[in-house]
Design a protein around this ligand. Structure first.
Ligand SMILES: N[C@@H](CCC(=O)N[C@@H](CS)C(=O)NCC(=O)O)C(=O)O
Length: 210
């Protein structure tokens, strides 16, 4: 199988971590989805990565869809908890973490536009989602080692990827100073092999035409 990915993407990282955790071998195809000649053309109508390419199967996109498929393919370790309540909690946390990342992307893109075209209100609106989203994660985690139950799940993959994405694209937030429990959590999990091997790296994107 092949994965179309981008080096900074927290969404692609969720899938890369899941593949490593499940020990599934795959080939990585690095793309810059913001560029005109993106490899997503003709594959994902939404123009977004990650995209999983499998033999004899339609291209699969969206990190949630792909990771749920991977849980069927290789249930060990299971990332979406079997218990109903834990499954809902894990997917809720995944949704909040993904939503924070969407807002970080939007702030980053807005700030990439010519200064006179940037909307301060739009940036404020997105920043509110980032601030309140991280507060929600901190309140949910409390002093636990895992976001849901007693084991590593999609909630940990999503939240950890989200926090490190904030470090990359929105460092002024300094969540480590504001939320001691999240900092402690990050220190516990940063040594995990699948996280170490997928640390986000910036890419240079084509300037956005006005
Ligand atoms: N909900 C999607 C979001 C994917 C996404 O936003 N990917 C970004 C890269 S971080 C992208 O490809 N953006 C290109 C675009 O929106 O044109 C998922 O979970 O996979």
């Amino acid at each position: 199988m092949k994965l179309i990915t981008a080096t900074p993407s927290p969404f692609a990282r969720k899938v890369r971590v899941a593949l490593l955790e499940k020990n599934i071998s795959y080939e990585e195809i690095i793309d810059i989805p913001w560029n005109l000649n993106t490899k997503t053309n003709g594959i994902n109508p939404l123009g977004k990565i990650p995209i999983l390419l499998l033999k004899d199967q339609e291209p699969m996109f969206d990190s949630k869809v792909i990771n749920q498929y991977l849980d069927y393919l290789e249930p060990n370790p299971l990332l979406y908890p079997r218990s109903f309540q834990e499954n809902i909690s894990a997917r809720l946390l995944e949704t909040v973490a993904d939503g924070i990342c969407d807002s970080v992307v939007l702030v980053f893109l807005e700030n990439s536009r010519n200064k006179n075209l940037r909307s301060k209100n739009w940036i404020k609106r997105q920043e509110k989602k980032i601030f309140e989203g991280v507060e929600y994660l901190s309140n949910y985690l409390k002093d636990k080692q895992f976001f849901v139950g007693n084991s590593f799940s999609i909630a940990d993959i999503s939240c950890f990827s989200c926090l490190e994405y904030i470090d990359l694209r929105f460092p002024k937030f300094e969540w480590k100073n504001r939320y001691k429990n999240l900092n402690k959590y990050w220190n516990i999990h940063k040594i995990r092999d699948s996280f170490k091997k997928t640390k986000p790296k910036t890419q240079i994107i084509e300037p956005i035409q006005d």
